[in-house]
Write a protein that binds this ligand. Structure first.
Ligand code: SF4
Length: 330
């Protein structure tokens, strides 16, 4: 690992100021992503600003919002009664991610800001536009089994690795941010992460030095009929091949409202808007779930090794919706 300057901030404004003053500075919170990347010599910050002691850790309720602190730990957030009772699919998603040890260290803001990447990103002998803009994409003609089927570009076909972010995009969360000039900003979750386009090195729409202070989730009526389904190669410590967050609000047998989002399929958490549009107002049954899945997967485009994701995606959508209808056990 290369030498770097270390400093500690005690509140969001000074943390933001310190990082924004040095274009090669980064925040250090749980360290579960940035330290790995530094050890692999993929990320080379000259300065780390430790924000782990800033008190942005609580889960709070105010009016119609539940707010989770940007520096709260993933495990504590998943197990908080306000999250378990109001957004059980968020609890399920967080607990499906990484390992228990990593979830105990990783922060909520860090989960959103972990790098969108594939294994070639770590392989410094291979081209990677995300690691070194303009060098090419090793995955396009390489092993691309884990890669995107929606929203990719010739520049990058990696997928965002988070589980937590999939229910957050489905639930219309809002990311609250400490701006670099002392101002506060809000970004709707669906606008937070980016598709790769011609700038795959940019994973999200933060300005350098901006800090996530909280993630706010509006209350809803989905708690009784929601679930997070994750399909992966082994049962722990593996990224999703496909994941689905599914939530239904029912009026008898009719779907009054529905939220559906997918992981493992795109550079950003993928909101399944085509499926949602079809399902609204329809009867909640297998036949309609199957049509919705076909609608969503129509626009998927796969590569040599990940063709299976298209059929798997359809089946995962149907299964997640069925589990949500049955009360949401995942
Ligand atoms: Fe790099 Fe993205 Fe290509 Fe992977 S898919 S090699 S992260 S540019």
């Amino acid at each position: 690992m290369r030498a770097f300057k270390y400093s500690r901030a005690t509140e969001p404004k000074s943390a933001s100021k310190l990082v924004s003053a040095n274009e090669k500075a980064q925040f250090l919170a749980g360290g579960t992503n940035v330290l790995d990347l530094m050890k692999e010599d993929v990320e080379r910050p000259t300065e780390l600003v430790d924000i782990s002691k800033i008190q942005l850790t609580d889960v709070t309720e105010s009016g119609n919002l539940i707010s989770i602190g940007g520096l709260g730990k993933n495990t504590a957030t998943a197990n908080h009664p306000l999250i378990r009772n109001n957004f059980p699919m968020l609890t399920q998603a967080i607990l499906a991610g990484a390992s228990a040890q990593i979830r105990n260290m990783a922060t909520n803001g860090g989960n959103l800001n972990q790098r969108t990447r594939c294994s070639y990103f770590f392989e410094t002998a291979m081209p990677c536009n995300k690691r070194e803009p303009g060098s090419g994409c090793g995955a396009l003609e390489g092993v691309n089994r884990m890669h995107a089927i929606f929203g990719w570009s010739e520049s990058c076909i990696a997928v965002h690795p988070s589980d937590m972010c999939i229910p957050l995009v489905a639930l219309d969360a809002v990311v609250k941010i400490q701006g670099v000039n002392g101002e506060m900003k809000n970004i709707p979750f669906s606008d937070y992460h980016r598709l790769p386009g011609n700038d795959p090195q940019k994973d999200n729409n933060l300005v350098h030095g901006e800090l996530i202070t909280s993630i706010d989730i509006p209350k809803n009526n989905f708690a009784n009929n929601s679930c997070y389904l994750k399909i992966r190669d082994r049962s722990s410590y593996a990224f999703a091949l496909i994941s689905v967050a599914a939530a239904l609000e029912l009026d008898g047998k009719s779907i009054k409202d529905v939220r559906l989002a997918m992981g493992g399929v795109s550079h950003k958490p993928w909101r399944a808007l085509a499926a949602e549009k079809f399902l609204k107002g329809k009867t909640a049954n297998m036949a309609n779930f199957k049509i919705a899945a076909e609608e969503e997967m129509k626009s998927a485009k796969a590569f040599e090794h990940n063709q299976f994701k298209i059929e798997m995606g359809k089946k995962a959508i149907v299964r997640a919706l069925s589990q949500a209808l049955d009360g949401g056990t995942a």
